[in-house]
Design a protein around this ligand. Structure first.
Ligand SMILES: Cc1cc2nc3c(=O)[nH]c(=O)nc-3n(C[C@H](O)[C@H](O)[C@H](O)COP(=O)(O)O)c2cc1C
Length: 172
């Protein structure tokens, strides 16, 4: 079964979360393509899609939102899982999902959305980004919880395998 993991990342940490998800799905026997949303024209070749984005100033990346617009008709016909990455610190801040997430979940009929903690490396930021980070006093460090990410990916694999075994058609 072919699965697409599409990830919008500015500084690489969300892409690494996508890589971890793709690795788990490959270990579970799926044929996985890992892609930047800008490179996805259509989701026709895939039986399921995982789409994730880094969160900046409360929003998903434009490339991930544009992929949703471009591929909406294909996405609603397939099982879709969404994730965001951004919250920093212990406890992770912000605690709430980006405002647009409920709308995305409803629009695509997504099976789940999960927010994963992110990474902030101040040395890699541009001047404008540094100003925002200073303003909101965002905490520097790598807060990504790999076991949580891998567990979520295994849950996706379990659902897809279960439906495959029961002969449920994944693409409507
Ligand atoms: C300028 C700036 C704004 C940010 N705004 C948010 C935000 O609104 N919500 C959030 O959860 N994380 C926010 N973050 C944290 C990033 O989402 C986090 O560092 C994430 O891991 C970055 O992913 P990337 O390396 O894939 O770009 C912000 C980070 C920066 C530098």
């Amino acid at each position: 079964m072919k699965v697409l993991v599409a990830v919008a990342s500015r500084h690489g940490s969300t892409r690494e979360i996508g890589q971890a998800i793709a690795e788990v799905l490959r270990e579970e026997g799926f044929d996985v393509d890992l892609a930047d949303p800008d490179d996805v024209d259509a989701v026709d070749p895939y039986q399921a899609v995982v789409l994730g984005s880094a969160v900046y100033v409360g929003r998903w990346a434009a490339s991930a939102r544009a992929m949703v617009d471009r591929c909406a008709s294909g996405l609603v016909q397939r099982p879709v899982w969404l994730f965001s990455s951004g919250p920093l610190g212990f406890p992770a801040v912000p605690a709430q999902d980006p405002d647009e997430v409920p709308g995305l979940v409803a629009r695509l009929g997504a099976r789940d959305h999960r927010s994963f903690a992110g990474r902030l490396d101040a040395a890699a930021l541009g001047l404008a980004e540094r100003a925002v980070v200073a303003l909101v006093r965002a905490e520097e460090g790598d807060f990504r919880a790999w076991e949580e990410v891998q567990g979520w990916a295994r849950g996706i694999a379990t659902q897809l395998h279960g439906e495959e075994i029961r002969g449920i058609r994944l693409v409507r």
